[in-house]
Design a protein. Structure first.
Length: 362
């Protein structure tokens, strides 16, 4: 059935009275960007499916061929941030409500009691990567393009990206987070973001039904792909980043040593140069703090950082330049000074909205 939140829920029969539950992000014109209503609708449906014994597994996919989900729908966030900045106070709590709903949804998928399969055709970025990376089975295709491009809008790798960074070698995490470099199928499999492969012609619903809900039979868990660019580049990146730099300036300087190494590096460095310096500093701090955090703590930390991003000016400015006015010329409010970066990790409220995450089944 169609949902007014631009998401479709369906069920396909399997053997022995079981079924495959399917959720399709259905907003092709926005590359299936995740909105607050979509997050709420999907979260509520997952609660229902979790309680049904006949649901064998859940498939998450995007409508159309271009994207699983290219991020979050941040138009409403932008309008709220502009209103709050003009008032000098929080008069519209849309940003906090959006991030809380998004992160609760991501956490639910991470901890879902049934197998969740995410079919990552096309763009998988930002908030879309949050949904995708939370699934136990993460299918890539020849068109898959995965990235954490938040540096371009003054946000930071969120929606569970801290958990992703925690599982990567620090030099790769910093490189990907600071440069927004896109990964293809081979890169994603190498980095552990992808777990299975499927061809462009694959219909994931039909494949899972034919395999009676078994992802290992429906998709290739050991594809014979040519090694990707990330694998060959890792030794070079590791040499440039032998340790996590102390601050944004140090990280940018270390990454600049890759200048001249080739076009692939050049594209990432160009993104970093035009991107928000504070984001680079936040990624460094995420990498430092992540090893001591469990999954719920990662989301609580991200809730704090995201709320601070909404309250400071760079996030709104980045959205203005890239998405609203589209002039491509953001005027960043900060040069990434370490004190300003650390201020993003200081809670703006007495109690974190995700204080109960992982403690009450939420």
């Amino acid at each position: 059935m169609a949902d007014p939140a631009r998401i479709r829920f369906e069920e396909a029969p399997l053997a022995a009275g079981r079924c495959l539950a399917v959720a399709t992000l259905d907003s092709e014109e926005t590359l299936n960007a995740l909105s607050l209503p979509m997050a709420g609708a999907l979260d509520a449906q997952l609660v229902l499916w979790a309680g049904r014994e006949d649901v064998a597994c859940v498939l998450l996919k995007g409508a159309g061929e271009r994207a699983f989900s290219a991020g979050g729908d941040i138009q409403d966030l932008y309008r709220a941030m502009v209103k709050n900045h003009a008032a000098g106070a929080t008069v519209d709590d849309t940003p906090d409500r959006f991030f809380e709903a998004e992160y609760r949804l991501d956490y639910r998928i991470h901890t879902f009691p049934k197998t969740v399969v995410a079919f990552g055709r096309g763009f998988v970025m930002g908030g879309g990567l949050g949904l995708y990376s939370a699934a136990a089975v993460r299918v890539v295709t020849p068109t898959t393009r995965i990235a954490m491009p938040e540096v371009t809008i003054g946000l930071f790798p969120d929606a569970g990206a801290t958990w992703i960074l925690r599982g990567l070698p620090p030099h790769l995490g910093l490189f990907l987070g600071a440069t927004g470099t896109r990964m293809d199928a081979a890169d994603a499999l190498y980095a552990g973001l992808g777990t299975h492969f499927a061809g462009n012609e694959c219909d994931p619903v039909a494949a899972l039904v034919a395999a009676d809900g078994d992802p290992d039979r429906a998709f290739d868990a050991s594809p014979a792909l040519k090694p990707g660019r990330l694998e060959s580049a890792e030794p070079v990146i590791a040499e440039a980043l032998p340790e996590i730099p102390a601050d944004a300036a140090g990280a940018r300087a270390a990454l600049e040593t890759l200048s001249g190494a080739g076009d692939w590096y050049a594209r990432g460095l160009a993104t970093m140069r035009g991107g928000c310096p504070t984001t680079v500093g936040i990624v460094c701090e995420q990498l430092r703090r992540a090893p001591a955090l469990d999954l719920a703590d990662c989301f609580r930390m991200e809730m704090t950082i995201a709320s601070r991003c909404a309250r400071f000016g760079d996030f709104a400015e980045g959205v203005r330049a890239l998405i609203v006015d589209k002039d491509g010329a953001p005027r960043w409010r900060s040069d990434g000074a370490h004190a300003h970066v650390l201020a993003h990790f200081e809670p703006p409220w007495e109690s974190n909205p995700l204080f109960d995450l992982g403690r009450t089944g939420t």
